[in-house]
Design a protein around this ligand. Structure first.
Ligand SMILES: *Cc1c(COP(=O)(O)O)cnc(C)c1O
Length: 364
């Protein structure tokens, strides 16, 4: 049996007829960028998250950098972010000329809320929380710190569509919730797409203007903006997937529960779950000091795995200029050296998962 680390075709076939019908209707409509599918997706997704507004954009990275920019953060400003994130979170900060200030992660792979305060300076403008792997950060503590110091709060929810903290959805705690709908995300499009959700009407309005060359009315440009429009095809297909989001999320929770119940291997640390949260399991991430051995062993048995992520942003070549060295963030670096994402995807068959479990349990 061949098991890919991730695959997106099963998730498509599950709702194939609906997707194809929608795609044809958009193609035949004669209207392809920003239109009624985008309008309805924005309404539907705002409703789903519980936020007042949603603005559809071209990608998750765009959602991040545009949110940071429109919240008035730029050169000379510092934004606190966890060290063990996907590099896009950090780029959302540095594209604006602001400086990322890294904080070590906690046992749930989220920003360690107890280590934020010591990083605050007179230049700190915001905290960017990344709900990594579909798990949820310690929001009560983080909100308390943001209020105490008057900091903006940006949530990178590219991996946490539908994840809950005390019953409230990630993306709605701060000034802006930034989502990606890249095909492999929990709510995936069939190309690039993203969105900002917010309860601030001015931020929503400014994002709507900014994404379309800074114009509200065609050819009358208020500000220098960007082209970060969401297209009708992606929005239409996202509307279909969003309608099934409860089922999609429930399936991921079931798959995670099976791994957590059935995996028994003493060299492997399974992921935990923070009390008061309902994760959505974007990845199922284990840790092991025998990672290379385990990867080879699984490869020999036709099982793919991925590392999220092997190089933490502070050690990426792209951020050489920040001047960090190996050893600066020991927990972040330990995670980068030991995490492994097991095969995990929408539509994963019970026999596929059982094969992965059997192989791992017989790893010696
Ligand atoms: C995928 C991802 C992004 C970027 O989203 P794109 O749509 O690929 O631009 C940002 N942050 C995190 C944590 C992600 O996983």
């Amino acid at each position: 049996m061949k098991i890919m680390s991730n695959r997106m075709d099963y998730g498509y076939f599950k709702y194939q007829e609906e997707f194809e019908e929608k795609a044809l209707s958009v193609l035949r409509s004669g209207w392809y960028v920003l239109g009624k599918e985008v309008d309805s997706f924005e309404k539907n997704f705002a409703h789903y998250t519980g936020a007042a507004h949603c603005v559809g954009l071209a990608s998750g990275l765009d959602a991040l950098w545009i949110a940071v920019k429109l919240l008035g953060i730029g050169p000379g400003d510092e934004v606190i972010v966890q060290g063990n994130t996907y590099i896009a979170s950090v780029m959302g900060i540095t594209i604006n000329g602001a400086t990322p200030v890294f904080v070590e992660p906690d046992a749930y792979y989220q920003i360690d809320a107890d280590k934020i305060e010591e990083k605050i300076t007179s230049r700190t403008k915001a905290v960017m929380v990344v709900h990594l792997y579909g798990h949820v950060a310690d929001m009560d503590k983080i909100l308390h710190i943001c209020r105490k110091y008057g900091l903006k709060l940006i949530e990178d929810c590219a991996q946490s569509h539908g994840a809950l903290y005390k019953g409230r959805m990630t993306g709605t705690f701060g000034d802006a919730g930034c989502f990606s709908f890249y095909p492999s995300k929990n709510l995936g499009a069939f190309g690039d797409a993203g969105a900002i959700v917010t309860n601030l009407p001015a931020l929503a309005e400014n994002a709507r203007i900014f994404r379309n060359y800074g114009s509200e009315k065609r050819y009358y440009n208020k500000v220098v903006g960007a082209n970060s429009r969401l297209d009708e095809l992606q929005a239409g297909l996202l509307n279909i997937r969003l309608a099934h989001m409860q089922e999609i999320t429930e399936e991921r929770r079931q798959l995670a529960a099976v791994y957590s119940r059935e995996l028994h291997q003493e060299d492997i640390l399974l992921p935990g779950q923070r009390p008061d949260t309902e994760p959505v399991w974007h990845q199922y991430v284990i840790r092991t000091r025998r990672r290379e051995e385990l990867i080879d062993y699984l490869n020999q048995r036709d099982i793919g795995t991925l590392i999220h992520y092997p190089v933490p942003p502070h050690l990426a070549e792209a951020y050489h200029s920040l001047g960090y060295r190996k050893g600066d963030f020991p927990i972040t670096e330990k995670y980068a050296g030991t995490v492994l994402s097991l095969p995990f995807y929408s539509g994963m068959l019970p026999e596929e998962q059982q094969y992965v479990i059997d192989c791992i349990n017989s790893f010696r």
